[in-house]
Design a protein. Structure first.
Length: 116
């Protein structure tokens, strides 16, 4: 059973993860997505890339950006403004995950230190 730790919680949503199985749950708007760490990394890269390429031909509040999700035939449909907010959220979480990875690797109590 997972015991979640909060990585991000704000007005736009939340991101939690289980420190044991490393599963990540991201909630944004009305969507909740469960992701493996590798899936989160790919998703975060895609969101940041899309937020950098501002959609000049679409109004800021028009649902015009489709983000495919790991599940077949499931996507998030976002406005350019929402994409920017989601990008900020995932960049903050990615930085925190990198910090946790460094701390876990340096810990003598990590499972790798015991050959598990």
């Amino acid at each position: 059973m997972c015991n979640y730790q909060t990585l991000y919680h704000g007005q736009n949503g939340y991101v939690i993860r289980c420190p044991h199985c490393k599963g990540i749950q991201l909630a944004f708007g009305t969507s909740v997505v469960n992701l493996a760490p590798e899936e989160f990394s790919c998703f975060a890269d895609m969101v940041v890339r899309l937020s950098d390429g501002k959609e000049a031909c679409y109004p800021e509040n028009e649902k015009s950006i489709c983000l495919p999700l790991p599940a077949d035939h499931v996507m998030m449909l976002l406005t350019p403004a929402e994409t920017g907010r989601l990008a900020s959220m995932v960049m903050e979480v990615r930085a925190l995950l990198e910090a946790y990875q460094i701390l876990e690797a340096a810990s003598p109590y990590s499972s790798d230190a015991y050959g598990e």
